[in-house]
Design a protein around this ligand. Structure first.
Ligand SMILES: [Mg+2]
Length: 213
């Protein structure tokens, strides 16, 4: 049986980029974090940053380990473990090679972050401009990625963020909803099995296995 592949985006889907970037911008510009509110339109104009300023601050943040230290989005690791147990192939897709000169840092910090948060994955794809790799369903937050993928004929779940409310179609407000949608799409398409009895769910299984040895 061929695998059902989930293409999962990292920033603002698994990793809370906005929270990490907010901390960085607040300390860099010496403003109160409370002044940096929710981002309701793609880009960071609402924080007073034009494209150039955003790129500069983003590059600086990446060079200082932003990706390594981002908080995880609630429920992401547990949901991905359960999906993986159900036989779904997890393909992590990220557009973090967006800035020049910091690729080594972006890649190594991404891998370290995935390990630290026990995210299961079988492939890790770093993409430039194109939104697409081969996957049966995608989950992404960026309006241009969701639209680009859909226009190319792909099934895409929008991971809810304040700046993507206008997008219609499949939407998950959190990882509980995302897991449900992915399982039902996978079941429709390939007949994926649910988790085998006797196997502990959850991302801490490696730790628990180690400690019980
Ligand atoms: Mg994203």
């Amino acid at each position: 049986m061929s695998e059902f592949i989930l293409g999962v985006d990292l920033d603002n889907v698994c990793a809370d980029y906005t929270a990490g970037f907010r901390n960085f911008v607040a300390s860099e510009l010496k403003v109160d974090k409370a002044e940096l509110g929710p981002i309701t339109a793609w880009g960071y104009q609402e924080w007073g940053l034009d494209d150039e300023q955003f790129k500069d601050l983003h590059s600086k943040a990446v060079s200082q380990g932003l990706h390594r230290n981002l908080p995880i989005v609630e429920g992401a690791a547990d949901a991905l473990w359960r999906l993986s147990d159900a036989g779904i192939w997890i393909r992590v897709i990220t557009h973090r090679l967006y800035t020049n000169w910091s690729h080594e840092k972006a890649v190594s910090d991404t891998v370290a972050w995935l390990d630290k948060h026990r995210i299961p994955y079988r492939d890790l794809c770093f993409l430039g401009a194109k939104p697409q790799v081969e996957a049966d369903i995608y989950i992404d937050d960026a309006p241009h990625n969701v639209t680009g993928l859909r226009n190319a004929g792909n099934e895409v779940i929008t991971f809810d963020q304040p700046y993507n409310k206008d997008l219609e179609g499949l939407r998950a407000n959190n990882w509980v909803e995302a897991e449900e949608i992915i399982l039902s799409q996978a079941a429709k398409s390939k007949g994926v099995q649910s988790q085998l009895p006797g196997i502990d769910p959850g991302a801490d299984r490696l730790d628990r296995k180690k400690s019980s040895n």
